[in-house]
Ligand binder design. Sequence first.
Ligand code: SF4
Length: 116
Amino acid sequence: MELICIVCPNSCRLKVTEGANGIEVEGARCKRGKQFAYDEMTCPMRTVCTSVRTTVKGFPVVSVRTSAEIPKDKIFKLMQMLANVTVTTPLPSGSVVLSKVFDSDVDVITTTDMEI
Ligand code: SF4
């Protein structure tokens, strides 16, 4: 399998094989790429960036992101949850709009300063 490492802007092209010795990775310029490939093969994780609705004047939506990575297969469920979130007061950047998603330590936080 071929993967492009997304950990840093070098975008190394990784060749990943799974054999008797476990997962082997070629093409990574550093250890982080090998870890990325291993994680992609076992439990791929992503930081999610999106937006949620608000009722605040001048902000029909506000940009948000997860405070850390979540399992890739939970992204769709998270988007469904965020569709039900509406921010009703101006918030500073970094405010939590959804806490402890999937019973983890990950929150969804704003990435825009709505305070004027
Ligand atoms: S393998 Fe290392 S150098 Fe290459 S893209 Fe990944 S993090 Fe960057």
